[in-house]
Structures are given as C-alpha cells and as structure tokens.
Ligand binder design. Structure first.
Ligand code: ACM
Ligand code: ZN
Length: 518
C-alpha cells in the first residue's frame, strides 16, 4: 500500500476507480457539518457514520464506487488525503487502486513545532507547512512565537513587545560554537489579524494551533522592550546570538535573561500577555516554556529572595516552581491547560495535581522526573531530542532515529494510555535561516514522524517506509519541496559525516543543504 502514514487496517485488490473531475486539487471539500456528498453519477460518496472513531475513516474503493465514511469532517478529509496519495494525484494520476481501509490515529497529539523567533518565516511559509501537515495527518501546530532573539506576536496592551522586541540588529552566524556576529538585522511579527487567519486556515485542515510564549526565561526580547519585568532594570538589547561561546556576555545576562519572579508587576505583565493569547488561540493548551532558566539574577534580587523567604521556598528552583504555579492557576481559571518543558517538574513544589499541567519531554539526557510523571498518569508530549529535534543535521540525527522512536526506550511504558498525548517534531530555527534549510530539516522527517504518530507501533517497518518514501519523492519534488535525499544517513560515509558535524558546530551549519542531491 503506497501511503504514508500507513493505515491501521487495509486490504488491497485488483482494479482501479477513476476519480477524474470529481475533486479539487488541494483535496479539501467544503463539507457541511452533516456531510453527505455524492458525485453526479453517485459513484463518489462521503457519508457520515458516527460509529467511526474521531479523526478515523473507512475507505472502500471498487471499480464502480469510492465510499468514505467518517464521523468528523477531519476524518473525511483524511480519507481524501489517503486517496490523494494512493493514486498519486499531485502527479496527475487519477486511478485509485481498489482497496478497503479502516483507519484511525494512534496518538491524538501529532505535532510539529516551528520556532519563528530565531528566524521569522511569515504567513506564506507557515501556511505551506500547514498544508503538508494536513497531507500527513498531523493535527497540532506548536507555534514558538517568542524567545530571546525576537517577539513575534502583537500584544495590544504591550505594543513595545513588537515595536522593540521583534527586531534585532545583528545575528550570530557559523553555528553553535562560532563567535562570529554579522550586522544582519532580522525582524518580523504577526498582527492579531494575521494570527486569527492562520488559526482559521489551520482549523480548516483539522489542525489546532498551540502558541508558545516563554517565561520566566527565553524572554530577553520582552525584557529589551520592558526592562522592568526583569530583576534589574538594566536596558539590554534583543540579542542576536543564540548561545555558545560568548562567556563574557552570558556572564552579564545579556542572553537568556529571566523575568523577576518576585515583583507583582511581572505577574501583571505576564497575565496581560496570557489574556490576549487565550482570546487569540481557541486551543485548550497554551505552552508557557519554562526551560533553561538560569537562576543568576534571582540569586541577587531582593524581590526574588524576599519571595523565597516569605513562602518558605528552599531555593531558586522552587522559586521557579512557585512562579509556574501562579501561571498554572491563572490559565486553569481560564479553562486552559498549560504545557511546560520537562525541566519544570524538577521543582518539588510544582502544582501538577489533577493533571493541571502537561509536560513536554525534550531533554537530550534521560529525565526520571519526566518519566515518572508519565508513568503515574501525568499528561505528556514526547519530543525527545535524539528523535525529534529536526534542526539537527542528518549526520547526527539520521531519519531512522525519528522513524524508530519507541517511547519505552525513554521509560514511557504506557505510551498508548490516554495521558500520553502523543509525539512532536521540533524545528528550532537558530540555524534554519531560509526555506531551503527548513525543507531539508523537515522533509522527510515529517513523514517519519507522521508514521510514528499515526500507525500502530507493530505495523511500523523502516524498510517498508523507505520504499513508500521513494514513491512519494516525485510528488514532493513536484510540489517544490527541497527534501533531504538522505544519502548521508542511509549510506555510511564517516568522513563526510564528521565534516558535517564539525561544521555544524563551527563553520557552516547549512552544509547539508549544499550537499543535498535532490
Ligand atoms: C528546548 O529545546 N530548550 C526546549
Ligand atoms: Zn527578581
């Protein structure tokens, strides 16, 4: 069966059904809620069937008739995406091979993340990515809208966040270990109107947009705009370096500065931002970051130290826990569930009662706190670095790492339980400056992710996947995708791999784009 992600159940038979003239090119029908669609000759049928699982579908193809059954519009759309792939529609083919499919997803969170802080891609690129997510039956777009290097969402109460925080005057180049900085200005942000349009565009494709806004760290751009939210009201710029070997600057907290967790004015600011975000995004989940928070400024701040003392907190880690608890409570009152990176559950005092916070497990090192949390029924999203950090070069993180992701290898033995929401691929954009690198990083990892997210684990087989991927490549090419031909991970050229890795950390982080044979 020539389809990614591979369906749950299927049988193939001989013969074809010809769909010529019955379907639009992007395979979205404007289905009504009580959908029932018949082609003029009644051979193309979409029926509502409430016994079909949410997002699932049944597809029956005979030479005479193509029938789709689904209980939701998304399920019906997914059936059509399967038809699109089965016949090679984008290549101009219209013959759907006869088959019977009964399909439904393994995970309800099938996510892709995009960091637009480090590099801003804009509406057109985002919509293009959403189109491909839809084709792969991915349903959650995790939109990383703020970080140290740029604030990308209009907040009406705090206009300086975009006026000042969306622009940086220079950019680190050459990879993580490089100390080279160029006078490359970078900027851009989304108005609330544009955000609303993208949220709607996504919804039409069965995709929920989950915004991420980072507190109390990874918010130097916000501090550049409103210095009073930090412990010390020193004016700092929107940093143009991403980390790495610039110790004297980090020592001055010019990179990854933190909010002050002690001042009430910080909370007023954070809640003001969250208010607008919650109205902009209908998603149940709001990501509040929480990773990689240095405690340096908190240790020196009289307000932070006062809060530690007044609340009997043991240390700065618990100060962060106390800070997160206030955000969790605030969002819970608004009917939202916050998500935090797995660092936040290290704080013993974190209030995660009643699953009030979802944890996203990302760290390159195994985290027993995260693993225990999931094992005990805590809500969890899995995006382990070794499999799902799509910004890493293939020389370090070959395609099979994504495809062969098994939650049990990370201590999650109950992955199919309800609390494990699913999996997500991350597109951090420090070293993704343009579409060519974006495409190379995301494709075909997105296809591998889709199969991990959708297909039953015991049906997954990397050789079968590679064959189906080869069949998909002409379609990707036709649609203008600069996917990774993947020679590096599939063949074993150690010398080349070493060179790519060396240059990724210092020299040329985009070398794989230049080497790509596609
Ligand atoms: C992360 O990559 N710091 C979540
Ligand atoms: Zn402080």
């Amino acid at each position: 069966m020539n389809i990614i992600p591979l369906p749950k159940e299927f049988t193939e038979s001989s013969g074809v059904y010809l769909i010529d003239g019955k379907i639009k090119s992007d395979f979205r029908l404007d289905l009504l809620d009580d959908f029932a669609v018949f082609s003029d000759d009644a051979s193309f049928v979409i029926e509502k069937d409430s016994s079909v699982p949410e997002e699932g579908y049944k597809l029956s193809v005979t030479p005479e008739r193509l029938t789709v059954k689904a209980s939701t519009k998304t399920g019906a759309y997914y059936a059509l995406q399967s038809v699109r792939r089965l016949c090679g529609f984008d290549l101009g083919n219209r013959e759907v091979p006869c088959c019977e499919i009964e399909d439904e997803p393994r995970f309800k969170w099938r996510g892709l993340h995009l960091d637009e802080s480090r590099h801003f891609f804009g509406e057109k690129e985002v919509k293009r990515l959403l189109d491909f997510m839809f084709a792969e039956k991915l349903n959650t777009f995790h939109w990383h809208l703020t970080d140290d290097q740029g604030w990308r969402v209009e907040i009406k109460k705090y206009p300086l966040l975009t006026e000042i925080g969306s622009k940086r005057a220079y950019t680190q180049v050459g990879g993580w270990g490089s100390d080279k900085i160029e006078a490359l200005e970078h900027g851009g942000y989304y108005t609330q109107q544009q955000i609303a349009e993208i949220v709607e565009y996504a919804a039409e494709r069965g995709i929920t947009v989950v915004p991420e806004i980072d507190f109390p760290a990874h918010c130097a751009a916000a501090i550049a705009a409103y210095p009073y939210i930090a412990c010390f009201e020193t004016k700092t710029e929107v940093p143009g370096y991403f980390g790495g070997l610039i110790p004297e600057k980090q020592g001055n907290y010019r990179w990854n500065r933190t909010l002050c967790c002690g001042k009430e004015t910080t909370f007023e600011f954070v809640f003001g931002v969250l208010d607008e975000l919650c109205s902009l995004f209908p998603s149940r989940y709001i990501h509040i970051g929480g990773d990689e928070a240095p405690s340096g400024e908190w240790k020196l701040c009289k307000d932070c130290q006062r809060v530690i003392k007044e609340n009997g907190l043991k240390n700065e880690e618990q100060l962060q826990g106390w800070f997160e608890n206030r955000l969790i409570a605030y969002l819970r009152d608004k009917g939202k569930t916050p998500i935090g990176w797995n660092e936040i559950i290290r704080a013993e005092n974190l209030d995660n009662a009643n699953n009030s916070v979802a944890i996203q497990y990302w760290t390159p090192k195994r985290d027993t706190f995260a693993e225990n949390y999931a094992q005990k029924g805590g809500t969890m999203i899995l995006s382990n670095h070794q499999s799902f950090y799509f910004d890493m070069p293939y020389a370090m993180m070959p395609l099979c790492n994504t495809y062969n992701y098994f939650p049990k290898n990370y201590g999650i033995n109950n992955a199919d339980a309800k609390n494990v929401l699913g999996v997500e691929g991350e597109l951090w954009s420090e070293w993704i400056p343009d579409r060519a690198k974006l495409d190379l990083s995301a494709f075909p990892r997105m296809q591998a992710l889709a199969e991990v997210a959708w297909t039953p684990e015991d049906r997954r087989d990397f050789d079968s996947f590679k064959r189906r991927l080869d069949e998909l490549k002409p379609t990707l090419k036709k649609l203008g995708i600069g996917y990774a031909e993947d020679c590096i991970s599939l063949n074993d050229d150690k010398k080349l791999k070493d060179e790519i890795l060396e240059k990724f950390s210092c020299g040329d982080p985009c070398l794989e784009v230049k080497l790509n044979k596609n």
